[in-house]
Design a protein around this ligand. Structure first.
Ligand code: PHE
Length: 493
């Protein structure tokens, strides 16, 4: 407040201030507090002000040393004069920077000459130290009238240019040397007591940017996840509960006829829990027995893998490696009341993979299963075309593949316009009869399923090439907060 009053008094005294830097009353104030107080007076409509930038030369540390001890060349000359019969060339280096830098300048100035292995002075007395003289002028005024010398000093790294800011201040027609506090809001009290008409109100500042509203922001993965959810809902799907990251190998592998010695079950591929090591047996013992039989000797038309199936292997706890573990237990529940249905889940899965630009040890899977009477591979192909078509991905290609739990199985490919090649976008298949029948589902209620990663389409949509920019501790918050609310995608692939 004091500073504001000082500003008003000063402006009143001179009628206007051309540059606060040259104004004795104002030049010593800190530039930031000057600016904020000027802004405040301006918002009260008492003054106008504008910024004036002035160039200002400043001395660098070596120049300050010159002011105290003289320039290198003068000090060098003094040394030469001191050594009565000349300074030995071999002694020059002993003088440090004075020798190294002063020698050249002293030569250039014609002060010294060389005589055999000695330097001798050509002048009888030390001339004026003009460098120091110029530096003093710069120290006092921030300027130097001799432009040639200025360039030379700059080249010698003795000075540097700085910009200093001052303000020009003028009066407005509402100028007065008094600070009235302006009201910012009209209150109900002011109206009731009829005070409002005497009050002075602060004018609206339409130039103000306002306060940026702080808000949470959705992670790109969550946005794309939501898009998938809406596609599923629009196609009549119900969401499966997917919050159980940990399950027994029984639901993650055995019900899906992944044999117990299958490489996918190795430690290198799957995370096993240390505590508890094992989980509960499935409730339906008959189902458990069926699963064991299919693995061991075959059932429901299957000849089995013909190996001794072990319950304790099946009960080992794993971090689920795919969301098909949930689909399996949901299909088992469906056997209580078998009917056509459509289910989906989008959630996290874990695989013990080496982390690189495109792989993490955890990612998200988008998974759908559809049960219908007598549905066929044709339905799967047609349905995939509809599903991916809703995301703008058309012209799919299918390639025969293998999953222990589906037959036939197909990888789904789409053409990537930017990469100009076919890329795999999903895996799918018709669940095997021995998997469904062992659960108690009727023979002709067939189930198709597919899965894809959520990360891959998100990386394409948000143009992220390294997965660690999308997931994990290296993700930049700025990327999350500033990516657009709406994307005008061409096509996903
Ligand atoms: N579980 C498969 C995967 O992880 C996806 C899939 C789901 C395939 C359902 C067929 C049926 O890739």
């Amino acid at each position: 407040m004091d500073l504001q009053l000082t500003i008003l008094k000063t402006v009143d005294k001179y009628n206007e201030v051309d540059n606060t830097l040259e104004c004795p009353e104002l030049k010593s104030f800190d530039i930031n507090s000057l600016h904020s107080n000027l802004t405040s007076l301006w918002s009260k409509e008492l003054i106008n002000f504008e910024k004036i930038e002035t160039e200002h030369w400043e001395l660098l540390p070596e120049a300050k040393d010159f002011l105290k001890n003289g320039s290198h060349e003068i000090r060098f000359l003094e040394e030469v004069i001191k050594s009565i019969d000349g300074l030995k060339l071999s002694d020059v280096n002993k003088l440090g920077p004075v020798g190294k830098l002063g020698q050249g300048k002293a030569f250039k100035n014609g002060w010294i000459s060389k005589n055999d292995d000695k330097l001798i002075s050509k002048v009888d007395k030390v001339p004026e130290d003009s460098v120091v003289k110029y530096l003093k002028e710069i120290e006092e005024t921030g300027k130097l009238s001799d432009k040639k010398e200025l360039t030379e000093l700059k080249k010698r790294k003795l000075i540097q240019l700085n910009k200093i800011v001052g303000y020009k201040i003028t009066k407005t027609d509402k100028f007065q040397v008094e600070i009235v506090n302006l009201e910012t809001d009209i209150t109900s009290d002011m109206i009731i007591n009829n005070e409002w008409s005497d009050k002075k109100f602060k004018p609206y500042n339409f130039n103000s940017e306002g306060v940026y509203p702080s808000s949470g922001s959705l992670h790109p993965l969550n946005k794309v996840r939501e898009e998938f959810r809406q596609i599923f809902f629009s196609m009549g799907f119900t969401e499966m509960p997917s919050n159980q990251y940990v399950d027994t190998g029984f639901w993650n592998f055995d019900t899906l006829y992944v044999p117990q010695q299958h490489p996918a079950r190795d430690l290198q591929d799957t995370f096993y829990l240390k505590d508890p090591v094992r989980g509960d047996e499935p409730e339906d013992k008959e189902y458990m027995k069926n699963v064991q039989q299919v693995h061991q000797e075959g059932k429901y038309g299957s000849i089995g893998y013909r190996y001794p199936w072990k319950l304790e292997e099946s009960l080992r706890m794993v971090l689920r490696t795919h969301t098909t573990a949930i689909s399996a237990s949901m299909l088992k529940q469906l056997a209580d009341d078998p009917k056509p249905c459509r289910l989906f889940s989008i959630d996290r899965v874990f695989r013990n993979e080496a982390v690189d630009a495109t792989h993490l040890a955890e990612f998200h899977q988008v998974e759908g299963v559809m049960a219908g009477y007598d549905i066929t591979l044709g339905d799967l192909i047609g349905f995939m075309e509809d599903f991916f078509g809703k995301m703008g991905v058309n012209g799919l290609r299918f390639k025969a593949a293998y999953n222990p739990y589906t037959e036939p199985s197909m990888e789904i490919f789409a053409y990537h316009k930017t990469l100009k090649k076919w890329v795999e976008i999903g895996n799918s298949g018709m669940f095997r009869p021995e998997m469904l029948e062992s659960m108690g589902l009727p023979k002709n209620l067939r189930v198709l399923g597919w899965g894809l990663s959520l990360e891959r389409p998100t990386m394409i949509k948000y143009n992220v090439s390294n997965i660690r920019e999308l997931l994990g501790h290296k993700v930049s918050l700025d990327f999350i907060e500033t990516n657009p609310a709406a994307r005008l995608d061409e096509l996903l692939v």
